[in-house]
Write a protein that binds this ligand. Structure first.
Ligand code: FAS
Ligand code: PHB
Length: 389
């Protein structure tokens, strides 16, 4: 098999990269080790930045997003007795959309299978080789158990945190890793109940953080701060709803409850791996970095990476110029660290940890953001997504 860009991983990063390159006339093959059903069933991010929405629409995969996505002009920050709305358009001229990553992935897969380049599910034994030369290859076993070799001009490692690509980059570059594990996790819940607020609520509470999000006018997505070792079996639906209602309580308002359809405990970590390139192997998305989901950056940062990478690979493979691929890692990492800082800052401000002194610092920060246009603008600009590139 031969293609111009071999893409390892069919998450949002790999699928969108394939789409963006296809629009530039660059051939790709996407290799995914899970099944289509598995990939499309994963419940992950829920907020899209404005540039993510525009990129999907411009790439011709945003039609359902425009029809079903929920445009949000802001979020609420809450602490006991106060629920304060940050109005993004007035603060920074941008907004966000509530549209599940699951739906983004389905839209991308549907487009690719309809008229896109090859997308192979159920592969195994994926190994990138000869990445330091101009003719790298990917060895893998296809879904029928047949060993294959995909000859490429370049490889994109979009295979997430547990993928095979990052170790190849760090082994060949003496790469650096930065990691921060947080002393808490999120218990995430999907429920068949209409959201109780029009936009997201990020709530600080002495018992712990709570986030009220949504997937549609009839499906709520909710999160609770829990201990990292928490077992989901110890959290009955009643216990979850009681904790959510306590942490988001506000006079004259009530949290609507309903049937829980999914619940799981998600770890919280920050992780950055540099560089994001080794020869003709380029990392993008969670393969290179992980952010705690508090800032709604994970999916959007993956989109920013592949926006830069698609332009760089097109310049290399269609124009024979290496300037953008040579600077890709540094340009992508500049935004990675900005988003890593913002995600750490939002997480540290809102999650209970430490002692009462820490709690007073958090409440002071929250009052500052809710009371200062300058402080609110800094949150709004980062949350809605800084310009890419
Ligand atoms: P992904 O991990 O999505 O995709 C990588 C793909 O590569 C997967 O399909 C995987 O099966 C495949 N793969 C792995 N190894 C392979 C191999 N050897 N060969 C072939 N394929 C391989 N972000 C938010 O903003 N908000 C959230 O609430 C949120 N919740 C999350 C919950 C969980 C449990 C996780 C894990 C992440 C969450 N994220 C959230 C972050 C998430 O949205 C990621 O940022 C996003 O999926 C990044 O997309 P990709 O880089 O494409 O990586
Ligand atoms: C979600 O809806 O899954 C979501 C929204 C905002 C976040 C994290 C997760 O910060």
């Amino acid at each position: 098999m031969r293609t111009q860009v071999g893409i390892i991983g069919a998450g949002p990063a790999g699928l969108l990269l394939s789409r963006l390159l296809q629009l530039q006339g660059i051939d790709t093959v996407v290799l995914e080790n899970r099944s289509r059903d598995y990939v499309e069933a994963r419940i992950r991010a829920g907020i899209l930045e404005e540039h993510t929405v525009q990129t999907l629409v411009d790439a011709g995969v945003g039609e359902r997003l425009q029809r079903e996505g929920l445009p949000h002009d802001g979020v609420y920050l809450q602490y006991p007795g106060v629920r304060h709305h940050l109005d993004f358009p007035s603060l920074c001229g941008r907004r966000v959309w509530a549209y599940g990553q699951t739906e983004v992935t389905k839209d991308l897969i549907s487009a690719q299978l309809h008229d896109g380049p090859p997308l192979l599910f159920g592969v195994s034994d994926v190994v990138p080789e000869d990445v330091d030369g101009d003719s790298p290859r990917i060895r893998f076993t296809d879904a029928d158990g047949v060993p294959q070799v995909l000859e490429c001009d370049a490889i994109a490692g979009t295979d997430g945190f547990h993928g095979v690509s990052r170790p190849v980059v760090t082994a060949g570059t003496g790469g650096r890793l930065w990691e921060r594990t947080y002393p808490y996790a999120w218990l995430g819940v999907l429920a068949d109940v209409a959201p109780s607020t029009d936009e997201l609520v990020y709530a600080w509470h002495p018992d712990g953080f709570a986030l009220l999000s949504m997937r549609s006018p009839s499906v709520s997505r909710l999160y609770l701060q829990v201990d990292p070792g928490e077992r989901i079996e110890d959290w009955s639906d009643d216990r979850i709803w009681t904790a959510l209602a306590t942490r988001s309580a506000l006079d004259g308002w009530e949290l609507e409850t309903g049937p829980v359809t999914e619940k799981s405990v998600l770890p919280m970590r920050s992780f950055v791996s540099a560089p994001m390139r080794r020869g003709r192997l380029f990392l993008a998305g969670d393969a290179a970095h992980i952010v705690p989901p508090t800032g709604a950056k994970g999916l959007n940062l993956a989109v920013a990476d592949v926006t830069l990478l698609a332009t760089a690979l097109t310049r290399l493979l269609a124009g024979g110029r290496t300037d953008l691929v040579d600077t890709y890692s540094d340009r992508a990492l500049a935004r990675v660290w900005r988003c890593t800082h913002f995600s750490w800052w939002m997480t540290s401000m809102l999650h209970r940890a430490g002692d009462d002194f820490d709690a007073e610092l958090q409440l002071s920060q929250l009052r500052r953001v809710c009371g200062s246009e300058a402080a609110a603008r800094e949150l709004a600009e980062n949350y809605t997504g800084l310009p890419v590139g």
